[in-house]
Ligand binder design. Structure first.
Ligand SMILES: NC(=O)c1ccno1
Length: 241
């Protein structure tokens, strides 16, 4: 997978050199290119923002640098007919979910546009954005942190990135539920003991316990996920969660 990231703060993306994503890059599974938006700004001051039409607080990112940047980046694929999927992280986007991450993990070329200030001129979004994605109902100072979140969730789904493929398929949300609690040694820690079933060696019972705990946790913390499962089950005629 190729990933291009356009930002006015390339250093904000330095965590992409570390850990899981860093290892995926070192192994050639992920090919990341960072671009400073200012290199495309057409004025001597390399300005990327201007006052908003209609007034209001803050500044808006100008269309010219983004148009030039995305035109040049998209042209990289022209020779062999490749076209990137262009993603804009924004609080007004579609909610990012595990399913969305799985969708993006199948895309060979992603381009992330990291907005700043009050956002990017709407004409850029209208023309260029394939996806506007929100990682949650809150506002960040820019799209860089959201890009890191999205990229980590996507990268761990790429073949060969996570050693034990099962740890990906057993993730929270993969089956629509929150994951069951996890434990490791020692069996007793203070006055707290690991549930006996997990030390029983009875894999069928352990599977039942984990499913029951996942359902309990999901009902307690995210009843909306259960409602979504029930609706999906009703739609395809199978039983509920
Ligand atoms: N909530 C978000 O995804 C976001 C992206 C940029 N600012 O906020």
């Amino acid at each position: 997978m190729r990933v291009d990231i356009v930002t006015i703060f390339p250093d904000y993306l330095s965590p992409l050199e570390l850990s899981l994503v860093g290892r995926a890059r070192a192994r050639g599974i992920l090919d990341v290119h960072l671009h400073d938006l200012r290199q495309w700004a057409d004025d001597v001051h390399r300005s990327v923002d201007d006052a908003p039409y209609g007034g209001g607080p803050g500044m808006v990112m100008r269309p010219q640098p983004w148009w030039a940047a995305l035109t040049e980046i998209r042209a990289l694929g022209a020779a062999d007919g490749r076209r990137p999927r262009i993603v804009v992280p924004t609080p007004v986007g579609r909610p990012f979910t595990q399913a969305y991450a799985a969708d993006l993990a199948d895309v060979p070329w992603l381009v992330f546009c990291c907005g700043r200030y009050e956002g990017i001129d709407a004409r850029v979004i209208d023309e260029w954005a394939d996806d506007e994605i929100s990682i949650g109902d809150y506002v960040l100072a820019g799209g860089e942190v959201a890009t890191l979140v999205i990229l980590e969730a996507v990268t761990r789904l790429l073949p060969g990135v996570v050693g034990n493929a099962e740890s990906v398929t057993d993730d929270s949300f993969t089956d629509g539920l929150l994951e069951a609690p996890v434990y490791t040694r020692p069996a007793v820690w203070g006055d707290r003991e690991v549930p006996a079933v997990l030390r029983s060696g009875d894999h069928a019972a352990i599977g039942r316990w984990r499913r029951a705990e996942a359902l309990r946790r999901t009902a307690q913390r995210r009843p909306d996920l259960l409602a979504r499962q029930d609706q999906a089950a009703a739609d395809d005629g199978s039983g509920g969660a």
